[in-house]
Ligand binder design. Sequence first.
Ligand code: ADP
Ligand code: ADP
Length: 218
Amino acid sequence: MIEVRELTKRYGATTAVDRLSFAVRPGTVTGFLGPNGAGKSTTMRVLLGLDAATSGEALVNGGRYAALRRPMREVGALLDAGAVHGGRRAFDHLGWLARSNGIPARRVAEVLEQVGLAGVARKRVAGFSLGMRQRLGIAAALLGDPGVLMFDEPVNGLDPDGVRWIRELMRALAAEGRTVLISSHLMSEMELTADRLIVIGRGRLIADTSVRELAERF
Ligand code: ADP
Ligand code: ADP
């Protein structure tokens, strides 16, 4: 479960998120839709404890990220796929994440298989395409087998097969009862992937609706 209540985040004079409230329920894929600069990444960063709220609350499973006992077991996220140190091998990067988070080592091979990177597990990340980096970031998110997942623009840089794969993965994760939040600036992508849509602009809520209801209005 994800709950955002009256969340405001300012950077100096910029209000990135403006009294934003929404909830994401288990067993759904919720699309977080809005143009670039709308405040999607900022909201996810606050939910993940990477940035502090100016006011309001951003809760995962009823608490703040900092209060989670085993964070990667509760919430996994893909935020910035370019962020992994390029000198590392995929297997070693995930192995290090598993070790430092008390996650069984066998999960590393499992998630590499799940995202289709088993064949390049021993290769250095520096040689990975953006699509491969997205898959590696998704593998990291899945590593702790968390019930809550957040993906920030996971489709960027993927070819059509990769886009379809992401869509199917999101549906499968929700079908397992997980809470899935996926951001995008593309309505066309979200209507194919999500059950619900949270639409924001300039940090404010514009719509909170089911994709079916929205389709019926057109
Ligand atoms: P989105 O993810 O929807 O593209 P962001 O959350 O990245 O939007 O950005 C929302 C607004 O906050 C933008 O105006 C952006 O420039 C600003 N912003 C985001 N992060 C920072 C930061 N670290 N410092 C200053 N401004 C920021
Ligand atoms: P540091 O603050 O030194 O970067 P962290 O432990 O915060 O160390 O993060 C290290 C790596 O783990 C980063 O690549 C980050 O993206 C990833 N990471 C941290 N928490 C999660 C999570 N819940 N899900 C997926 N990846 C995570």
